[in-house]
Design a protein. Structure first.
Lengths: 172, 172, 172
């Protein structure tokens, strides 16, 4: 007999969904309303957790080395730009409010992750550019609560006060 | 017969209250405990949502042009300074903890919104001042969790770890 | 008869636990799973609240002057560095996920608070160093959501999107 992987229990998939859904809601994100589809992704995440020790994106091929896969641990580094541009993350696990309400149609989302030889590997203890030099991301400010966020585009909604993205103003 | 607006259903007002109340609580804000008063404001917000497409403040006159009213979409840009100075927002929809607990009396709140000809209109894609120049708001730091907030005064409580305002320290 | 302090009611201790536990969970923190131990700390916090007017750490001696004790109001300024280094705060009220899951053993946590004559007293209205000078804490960025946090080490998990600490990158 070959080693067999224990199939993911339904209740584990549901429990993971409930945690991620609660966390998403608190921060102003939304999960795909297609429950069966989402539970399939939960099983993929739990399988990856068992296989690699971390919840690598179920729609991408993980290396098995956490340091090389930091960018694709779910939620991945590409979720927010994909939500902003396409209304969904690469897996379509997370969708924008516009998609959720049927105001935007979710099409297939191209892979934003750079190929392996173009990826920046995070160096432990790496130094930051001194203030005054150019920062790698602009910083946006929520005018309601003062929340600061360093992204190429502001979040769809402020995770603190839920103000919409178009209210954010470039801060520095 | 003239066109009539459908009155806001009670359950819609309650549902909006429940969402806003949950979001407020998560970020350390409080809604006015006078439920009847609050449900009236919910009806106003939903009426504005239907009329303008966005939830403009029910206590102010909206222009109908979202770009011109970004500052008065609820929660408005003036909520937090009004909470800090007067213990309530302009509508008294949101109140401070001190007001909620009866330690502060809520008086009428003056209009903080500048007149139309003095309002800064947000330019899309506007540039930020380079680092090193004077920023439009000071940045405060929560000493417990490191949360950064760009406001003239720190939040009443840290939205992340609920530390009180007087613990915040000016960061830059 | 000498004045007696009213003992803390069980339901008050439970209510405080429920609030702190909810707030902890929302921001990615965890309370010690030993309920009896935690309820004892809740009683200590409520006793301090009654005695001093603020919830000073139940495991430290408070001065009774809020301005001098700002750093030990619970959650204290030392919680996060202690969680990062030892897996628990000084009281063991908050524990790391690793401790909660039994992957880390909680040992006794040394006092991180400086002695009284070495503590910096917060000056009201103190000025911040101008940008370009050295900041007192590095700023880390969550690569998933852009959250910025000024601490010597990043949070155990991002309070917004729950990304793990090792994904954070030094921002400035």
């Amino acid at each position: 007999m070959t080693a067999e992987r224990t199939p993911v229990a339904d209740e584990d998939a549901v429990a993971l969904f409930e945690r991620l859904n609660r966390e998403a809601g608190q921060a102003g994100y939304h999960m795909n309303p297609d429950m069966e589809f989402v539970l399939g992704l939960m099983r993929g995440l739990l399988t990856n957790k068992e296989r690699y020790g971390y919840m690598a994106c179920p729609c991408r091929l993980a290396s098995g080395v956490r340091e090389k896969d930091l960018d694709i641990i779910c939620p991945c580094d590409y979720r927010d730009p994909d939500l902003a541009e396409f209304g969904g993350c690469y897996c379509a696990l997370y969708v924008s409010n516009a998609v959720l309400q049927g105001r935007q149609h979710l099409e297939s989302i191209p892979e934003r992750r750079p190929p392996a030889d173009e990826r920046e590997v995070k160096e432990v203890g790496q130094h930051a550019p001194p203030l005054g030099e150019v920062l790698p991301f602009p910083v946006y400010r929520c005018p309601v609560c003062g929340y600061l966020c360093a992204m190429n585009t502001p979040p769809l909604v402020c995770p603190i006060c839920k103000a919409d993205r178009d209210r954010f103003v470039r801060f520095f």
